[in-house]
Design a protein around this ligand. Structure first.
Ligand code: PLP
Length: 421
């Protein structure tokens, strides 16, 4: 437990003895007009570029240049099997076996693919349980799946609401809802860290409770992967999906990920949407008419892979492997705790932090609700080169990312909030 102080020297001293401080050097920090580092606290939205990403991508451009189509087999990282080298580091991040994860598509596409397999509504059990005001894309995907199966979101979508006057969801309310309606729920789908409030859910508990009621349980890790240590395999989740451009720093629109628990991944009889890249690898190029899925998460792949995007992801995953998510998480808790401490000291009566104060119920993000004009505060911060983001209707999201943010960043941000208010 660290005894936080409000003076600048405290921030400098903690940075000086932070064993992870050196990793900031591995990233491009956006610059102000006069060439100084911005205070970038927006890794929950778009992670910064690893300096190594360029060389990783250039390697693929070079192999394409020199080898053309032969690069599928002869590139330094042969393109045909490139996704296989991404599986072990991704598996380490989400706590899975390599056969349970695959890098493919984008998040929302993967969510649809997973629902095609795991949302099998029947007249008795046709509901999907998700957080009220989940990320828009998840809501659209879920509602469209419900309609696709001939049901009505009015009756088939169940939303978890915070209690009146509260902003986050209580674990006991999830339990009570499962107790009451579990038999009608086909699928539980939650964001492990809610994009708006920053609340992290207890995946292990929810998975067990959901399974006890016969529900499928899937997770959206958009704001959790690269942020919190995860153990999807041991927790028993049925599936999970994530994007890689937030805490994973793989660049805008970069290739997403998908986890399918072994007990399903190896089941070649599961219904799914199929494409040639999910077909038995030994026979892929035989162009036979009948689909024979790979008995792993790879069996859900549709198309051949976006190699340039893979290269950017690999650059980032290599850094995660070097640092390890455990160490990042240790720093993250101290760093986010420091932000919370300073905001309370400097601006406690002007703003509320709606993210849970319990460190086990959050990651790197704090969501701030400002008493008066939050939009004006956000604009004032932006004008001073503090990069965070604004989410309608009234929240400023701030994420000190342990890979590249410093205690001084946090100190300067909290000081700017005080100054701007
Ligand atoms: C960022 C985010 C998305 C984005 O979806 P894409 O398909 O990558 O555009 C979806 N859901 C959640 C919860 C997110 O945080």
């Amino acid at each position: 437990m660290i005894d936080y102080r409000t003076n600048r020297n405290f921030a400098l001293a903690v940075d000086a003895r932070d064993p992870l401080a050196k990793y900031r050097e591995r990233f491009h920090i956006p610059k102000t007009k006069i060439g100084e580092d911005c205070v970038y606290l927006c890794g929950h939205s778009l992670g910064l570029q690893p300096k190594s990403a360029r060389a990783y991508i250039e390697q693929e451009l070079l192999d394409w240049e020199r080898l053309g189509v032969d690069a599928h087999l002869r590139a330094k990282n042969p393109w045909q099997s490139y996704h296989e080298i991404l599986a072990p580091p991704l598996a380490r991040l989400v706590g899975a076996h390599p056969g349970e994860v695959v890098a493919m598509n984008s998040l929302t596409v993967n969510l649809h693919l997973m629902m095609m397999t795991f949302y099998r509504p029947t007249p008795k059990r046709h509901k999907i349980l998700m957080e009220a005001s989940a990320f828009s894309s998840d809501q659209y995907a879920v509602k469209s799946q419900i309609k696709f199966h001939g049901y009505d979101p009015e009756t088939s979508l169940l939303e978890l609401q915070p209690r009146a006057g509260e902003t986050t969801i209580r674990s006991e309310d999830i339990d009570a809802l499962l107790e009451e309606k579990g038999d009608e729920i086909a699928l539980i789908l939650l964001g492990v860290v809610n994009y708006y409030t920053g609340q992290a859910f207890d995946i292990k508990h929810i998975t067990q409770a959901g399974h006890a009621r016969g529900c499928m349980v899937g997770f959206d890790l958009a704001h959790a992967v690269g942020n919190l240590p995860l153990s999807l395999h041991d927790w028993g989740a049925d599936f999970a999906v994530w994007c890689s451009y937030k805490y994973l720093n793989a660049g805008p629109g970069s290739v997403a990920g998908c986890f399918i628990h072994e007990r399903h991944a190896q089941d070649c009889d599961l219904p799914r949407l199929a494409g040639w890249w999910g077909h038995n690898k030994a026979k892929r190029l035989l162009m036979e008419p009948d689909f024979e899925p790979i008995a792993a998460a790879e069996g859900w792949q549709l198309s051949n892979s976006p190699i340039l995007s893979f290269a950017a992801l690999k650059a980032s995953l290599d850094i995660f492997d070097e640092v390890t998510i455990r160490k990042l998480w240790v720093k993250s808790r101290v760093l986010t705790g420091y932000l919370e401490f300073l905001l309370k000291q400097f601006a406690g009566d002007m703003l509320t932090i709606i993210t849970p104060a319990d460190k086990n119920q959050r990651g790197a993000q704090l969501s701030l609700r400002v008493k008066n004009d939050g939009g004006a505060l956000f604009q004032a911060l932006l004008a001073r080169n503090f990069i965070c983001d604004w989410r309608e209707p009234d929240v400023i999201r701030v994420a000190p990312v342990p890979l590249y943010n410093t205690f001084l960043d946090v100190y300067r941000f909290a000081g700017a909030v005080r100054g701007s208010l």
